[in-house]
Design a protein around this ligand. Structure first.
Ligand SMILES: C[S@@+](CC[C@H](N)C(=O)[O-])C[C@H]1O[C@@H](n2cnc3c(N)ncnc32)[C@H](O)[C@@H]1O
Length: 479
């Protein structure tokens, strides 16, 4: 069965073309439409593909515009996020059902097929209902002719369950373990390879990590010290976090419904992010401890935590961010607790040796937070890594200029990719006499085991239940 992309439109042209105009919600409400959750999921997938939209920012607006709540909203969320995450597996199965390369299938049709595959292979939707409802969706969004194509392909896809398809289409585990894991756990091959390297080649650990990336993460909150407490968040329906004394976990519902979050006294922040900021704040210092710097502060999660801790000790945080719109987010997050400056930290607006503690939370591939961003794994390219690593080296070198002798720098990424973590720190320290890598492990909660051989710390979703944050602490020597 084949279906072709309409001639003359490249993916880039399609992305730049005006969005298909769809009736506004008020009009839609008057029209019989039995399956709004599937329509929402389709619209989200198109927004991700055509406009590079972030799924987690776009879905809430779509749910509102279609007036979906409760079970319908939960279904739309599971369907769209699950489809985005599982795309690699579903495309491998669908490729075996279509007699053309999948790249030649028109993107909206391919998205409908992916939605169908997710329902058939990973949701508890009976096959006949999954096919019928998805064909109905196809009629509405891509037209009658293509709906027959969708019908034929999904019927083939329904011929096997997930295990059956994996046995058929995934590379052999023994001869191509990375290829096998990439298809079985729906990650790009280069990402599987990088994660395996960061896990010292341990394939069982790699598989556990990939599986953890595919499980939706709970929403974790931070109670900003002196402004909110975990007890307040627990009283509002959250439960205490596992590691951070400031963390609370919300098992469902909208975080913005909590007054502390609405008022900026608490925020949404993974526990791994809290722990690396807390480790910097806890690192022992000789002498002065008054002025802290967050060199890459936007949107302000760690800056808000550090600013509150610094203020409690009578100190002050400077939060720097190169992008003005992100600096505005930092201002909102820190309130009056920090000075915010718009600055490229590589050509800084501050003198050398000015700060006692410095955080470099460097821009990175984000491969450590894939469980929170369903589409992110498909956005990044291996070609992104060298440019990011060069920027990371420059930022760490600037941080070591900014800190006073005896002060401490925390180099942090939300990626475990070795080229962005250990290699960056090794390369920068090789060029710099007197800077000493500290053992970061004692600055993490004592109950936290499996922190590796040190001196750096790499957290993992499948081991610690946090994002895969990397932390290296460096003390600057000299006078
Ligand atoms: C990983 S994010 C930081 C996240 C932040 N620390 C938080 O916890 O919310 C990296 C930030 O660095 C900023 N950035 C990138 N290059 C920079 C530079 N040369 N100087 C300062 N900030 C930079 C990016 O705009 C981005 O906001």
């Amino acid at each position: 069965m084949s279906e072709s992309r309409p001639p003359g439109r490249t993916p880039r042209q399609a992305r730049q073309a005006p969005r298909r105009s769809s009736p506004p919600p008020a009009q839609r409400r008057g029209r019989p439409n039995p399956d709004l959750p599937r329509r929402v999921a389709f619209d989200l997938l198109r927004a991700v593909d055509e406009r590079d939209a972030y799924a987690n920012l776009t879905l809430p607006a779509l749910l509102r515009s279609y007036h979906l709540a409760g079970r319908d909203a939960a279904f739309a969320t599971e369907l769209s996020y699950g489809t985005l995450r599982g795309r690699g597996t579903y495309d491998a199965a669908l490729a075996a059902c279509v007699d053309r390369p999948l790249q030649q299938v028109d993107p909206p049709v391919l998205d409908v097929l992916r939605l169908g595959a997710h329902q058939l292979l990973a949701m508890r939707v009976p096959s006949h209902a999954a096919v019928a409802a998805t064909v109905e969706l196809a009629r509405a969004v891509v037209g009658e002719g293509r709906a027959s194509f969708v019908n034929a392909i999904l019927r083939r896809c329904a011929g096997r369950d997930l295990a059956g398809w994996l046995a058929e289409v995934a590379p052999d585990r023994a001869t191509d373990p990375v290829g096998h894991l990439a298809v079985a756990h729906s990650h790009p091959r280069w990402v599987v390879s990088a994660l395996r390297d960061a896990l010292v080649g341990d394939l069982a650990q790699t598989e556990a990590l990939l599986a953890a990336d595919n499980r939706p993460a709970a929403v974790t909150l931070v109670a900003r010290p002196g402004r909110a407490s975990v007890a307040e968040l627990v009283a509002a329906g959250a439960r205490p976090g596992r590691w951070s004394p400031y963390a609370a976990v919300l098992d469902g519902g909208d975080p913005a419904a909590l007054p502390a979050v609405r008022e900026g006294r608490a925020g949404v922040q993974d526990e791994g992010s809290q722990l690396v900021a807390l480790a910097l704040a806890a690192a022992p210092l000789d002498g002065r401890d008054e002025l802290w710097l967050d060199m890459c502060a936007g949107p302000g999660g760690k800056a808000a935590l550090l600013a509150a801790l610094a203020r409690e000790r009578g100190g002050r945080l400077v939060a720097a961010e190169v992008a003005p719109h992100r600096a505005a987010l930092v201002r909102h997050a820190v309130g009056r607790d920090a000075w915010v400056v718009v600055s490229d930290a590589r050509t800084p607006a501050w003198p050398d040796r000015a700060f006692d503690r410095v955080l470099v939370d460097a821009p990175c591939t984000g491969l450590g937070a894939l469980r929170r961003r369903p589409e992110a794994r498909w956005r990044r390219r291996p070609e992104d890594v060298p440019g990011l690593a060069a920027l990371q080296r420059s930022l760490l070198a600037s941080a070591l200029d900014a800190v006073r002798p005896g002060g401490v720098v925390a180099y942090v990424t939300c990626s475990p990719h070795l080229a962005e973590t250990r290699t960056v720190v090794n390369d920068v320290l090789r060029e710099l006499a007197g800077a000493v890598r500290m053992d970061a492990r004692p600055l993490l909660p004592t109950a936290m085991s499996d922190l590796g051989d040190g001196p750096d710390v790499q957290l993992w979703p499948h081991v610690h239940g946090t994002d895969a944050m990397y932390l290296s602490l460096v003390r600057r020597g000299g006078q």
